[in-house]
Write a protein that binds this ligand. Structure first.
Ligand SMILES: [Zn+2]
Length: 297
């Protein structure tokens, strides 16, 4: 996958470990704290506690990141910008406005409006704050799981500018942004309302349809982004489909328990995930991603 040299999104919140030190207390927050103290008689420490948190949350470029951390941030920011540049015209065509999500990069543990999460939960989207949460360590784990190690990377068929695993990572981001699109379109809300009125099995099936639609949206994004930037390289789609296979519910359950329980699937089988990604990719047509309208998914 070719990604260097394109626009990078500024809608990134860097909460990775080590990034905190770069912030500190800005002069702005000290002035605000002093004003608050003078006017309201609240001690600066109390006020600073609050403003400092705000400063940390909105800061986006840590100064003390390593070269590989910087590369990882630039990659994520480029893919996020690519999703903005693809979804903006699609929303315009639908008669709406695309409001891009914020992407939070984190390591270890993170606090979201949907609760706290650890690296173990994998990347996720929180509709309550409209943010995509991405643990960069997950990408490293995914590479390992996919069997792409540094050694093997050199012997794959990918062209020189592409790094093994890049597109699979972009696919994961595009899938999470797909959930944001579902939120903006009101689909997620409808799913939640329908789920509240039905039993667990049906609720899970609705989740599967929602997940497969996010996969289809990821494929749709790849289609349009390639038209704009020619970013795909030999083997990229296979790489994404392989990633889709490896993170399918049946594969993960099988690996974890040695057997599968179809009723508890919430992401769809590997075959379904591949098929819906490809459907979006091949057609580039959002109408083709109506996973709720088809009888058999
Ligand atoms: Zn998902």
């Amino acid at each position: 996958m070719d990604w260097k040299g394109r626009r990078q999104s500024t809608n990134i919140e860097d909460r990775r470990g080590g990034a905190k030190k770069a912030g500190g207390i800005g002069i702005g927050s000290i002035i605000i704290a002093l004003i608050v103290w003078k006017v309201f008689g609240i001690s600066p420490e109390t006020t600073l506690g609050v403003t400092q948190q705000i400063t940390q949350n909105t800061q986006s470029t840590p100064t003390n990141e390593t070269a590989s951390q910087a590369e990882s941030r630039q990659f994520v920011a480029t893919v996020l910008a690519d999703t903005e540049d693809v979804w903006t015209p699609i929303f315009r065509q639908l008669g709406g406005t695309y409001q891009p999500p914020t992407l939070v990069m984190f390591t270890g543990r993170v606090q979201s409006a949907c609760g706290s999460a650890t690296s173990a939960s994998g990347p996720f989207y929180c509709p309550a704050d409209q943010k995509v949460y991405l643990d960069t360590q997950f990408f490293a784990d995914m590479r390992r799981q996919m069997g792409i190690t540094g050694e093997q990377a050199g012997s794959t068929q990918l062209t020189q500018t592409g790094q093994a695993g890049d597109f699979a990572q972009a696919y994961v981001i595009a899938h999470e942004v797909g959930h944001h699109v579902q939120t903006l379109l009101g689909i997620s809300n409808q799913v939640r309302q329908a789920q509240a009125k039905t039993n667990q099995t049906n609720a899970n099936q609705l989740s599967v349809r929602q997940e497969l639609q996010a996969d289809c949206f990821a494929g749709l994004w790849a289609h349009h982004n390639h038209k704009r930037t020619q970013f795909l390289q030999a083997g990229d789609i296979e790489e994404a489909l392989d990633a889709a296979e490896k993170i399918g519910d049946d594969y993960l359950q099988h690996k974890a328990h040695g057997h599968t329980v179809p009723d508890s699937f919430t992401h769809g089988t590997s075959e379904q995930r591949k098929r819906w990604f490809y459907r979006g990719f091949e057609s580039g047509d959002i109408q083709q991603c109506d996973t709720f309208g088809v009888r058999n998914i």
